[in-house]
Design a binder for this molecule. Structure first.
Ligand code: PLP
Length: 452
């Protein structure tokens, strides 16, 4: 047992530590006060370690090496890229959709130079940023008009505030959902000044339930897609056509919150059919809203498409200004939408590429990883995630790592650079190639080798 008093006494002073040769280059790179703070921190940690009777080398040369590490750790941004080995494609905690190469390039171009965000190049006069995604969204969805806001929650707030304030909004009891992170439809409606009228029962709501709830104050019929849970069995909801018919008959707005909002059919990949934006538009819904970073595979955004007059009222509402998106979002969104326009979404958009991967391709990667770092290759499931296709899974092949302490291995993987996020099942750490980007393979293998 080292004598801890003697060790404490031999800790260097801050000045002595800063005088070490190996510290001097740090002064050329970093502001002096940051180096001094890192030196203090290093000494404080060493003192702590000695008091907790860990044996450390208190010599100034040994501690000097730690000052640089401490400094770099302090300067790490809190937001860093990670390797998503969970197999959950739209992982809300891991930033949802990874952007396509074109979308990345478009954001970078928008960041590098001035642009015509609010400038009409033909007339040379002030333009509106709200025009940018309009044409592509009209073409892709068949809607008359479109507006883009910060996210789909904002889209709902804008729609309800601008078009239903002080009025009744009728919604099926089975659709009063919580979307995640405590975001609840009833709370949103209260905030926007619309009065919520719930009709039907948890599992069954008929058109007549909507019809019976109509009165002079009724402003809107709202449908909310059950994006993160699934009802099976004795369930019923009125069809889009019926809702639109009732709304038209009584001069009300029919609004569809699709949540994810797919533009291409998920059924072609063996999944359930996530409702298509085009179908809601074609059914005659006045407004349809969905997220930009779920199945669309683009940046965080709330996209609202629908009838021209309803969209016009949204654009004129003061909240439209508060909820607007910036040039980087437009750049990424336009590039993403262009992939759909060119019929290349499943080849170019990472979310769709991950969905479309074959098990044979996934197995080839898992086999190669097992050959490099050990472990077994087992069949398993990936998930679409992000409030899309609840319960739907995609068959995958997993690299399974046996470990005495899988949680400790998970913790080590999270400390890797870049951090690796995996999952544990039956005492094994599971690595799903589906969500690991091809360019991350080398980093993943390095992390797995050093953590095991
Ligand atoms: C995800 C979701 C939202 C919220 O969308 P954000 O873009 O995350 O704000 C709203 N409604 C439904 C049905 C959803 O699935």
């Amino acid at each position: 047992m080292p004598d801890s008093n003697a060790q404490l006494r031999s800790l260097p002073s801050v000045d002595a530590l800063l005088a070490q040769d190996s510290i001097q280059p740090l002064f050329e790179t970093f502001p002096r006060d940051l180096v001094v703070a890192a030196a203090r921190e290093t000494i404080a940690r060493a003192r702590q370690a000695i008091l907790q009777s860990s044996s450390i080398d208190p010599a100034a040369e040994a501690l000097a090496a730690q000052v640089g590490r401490c400094l770099r750790a302090q300067l790490q941004p809190s937001l860093v890229p990670v390797i998503n080995a969970t197999g959950v494609i739209i992982h809300t905690n891991l930033g949802r959709a990874v952007l396509s190469a074109d979308a990345q390039a478009a954001m970078s171009a928008a960041a590098r130079a001035y642009n015509n965000l609010e400038f009409d190049l033909d007339s040379g006069k002030r333009g509106s940023r709200l025009t940018h995604a309009g044409q592509l969204l009209r073409e892709l969805t068949g809607a008359e008009a479109a507006v883009v806001v910060n996210n789909n929650a904002s889209a709902l707030i804008l729609i309800l505030s601008a078009l239903a304030k002080g009025g009744d909004v009728i919604i099926s009891r089975g659709q009063l959902v919580e979307i995640g992170g405590g975001f609840r439809i009833p709370a949103i409606m209260r905030e926007s000044g619309a009065r919520l009228v719930e009709v039907g029962t948890t599992n069954r709501t008929r058109l007549a339930d909507f019809g019976n709830a109509l009165n002079q104050r009724t402003a809107m019929l709202l449908r909310v897609h059950a994006s993160n849970f699934k009802q099976i069995g004795f369930v019923e909801q009125p069809s889009l056509d019926d809702l639109v018919g009732l709304a038209n008959e009584h001069d009300l707005l029919a609004v569809d919150d699709l949540g994810s909002g797919a533009l291409i059919d998920t059924a072609q990949f063996g999944l359930d059919r996530e409702p298509l934006v085009q179908d809601s538009v074609a059914a005659g819904m006045d407004l349809v809203c969905f997220s930009g970073d779920k199945l669309l595979g683009g940046p965080q955004a709330g996209i609202i498409v629908g009838k021209a007059d309803a969209v016009q009222r949204l654009k004129r509402h003061p909240l439209a200004r508060a909820l607007r998106v910036d040039k980087l979002t437009y750049a990424a969104l336009l590039a993403t939408l262009m992939h759909y326009r060119l019929g290349q979404a499943t080849q170019r958009i990472p979310v769709w590429r991950m969905i479309a991967q074959t098990t044979a391709d996934i197995q080839a990667r898992a086999d190669a990883w097992a050959a490099a770092v050990g472990g077994a290759v087992l069949p398993g499931d990936s998930a679409v995630g992000g409030g899309s296709l609840p319960g739907a899974v995609l068959p995958t092949m997993l690299l399974a790592l046996e470990n005495q302490a899988p949680d400790a291995l998970m913790a080590k993987l999270r400390q890797s650079q870049p951090p690796v996020i995996a999952r544990v099942a039956h005492g094994r750490v599971l690595i799903d190639p589906r969500t690991v980007l091809p360019e991350q393979d080398a980093d993943l293998l390095r992390a797995l080798k050093s953590a095991r």
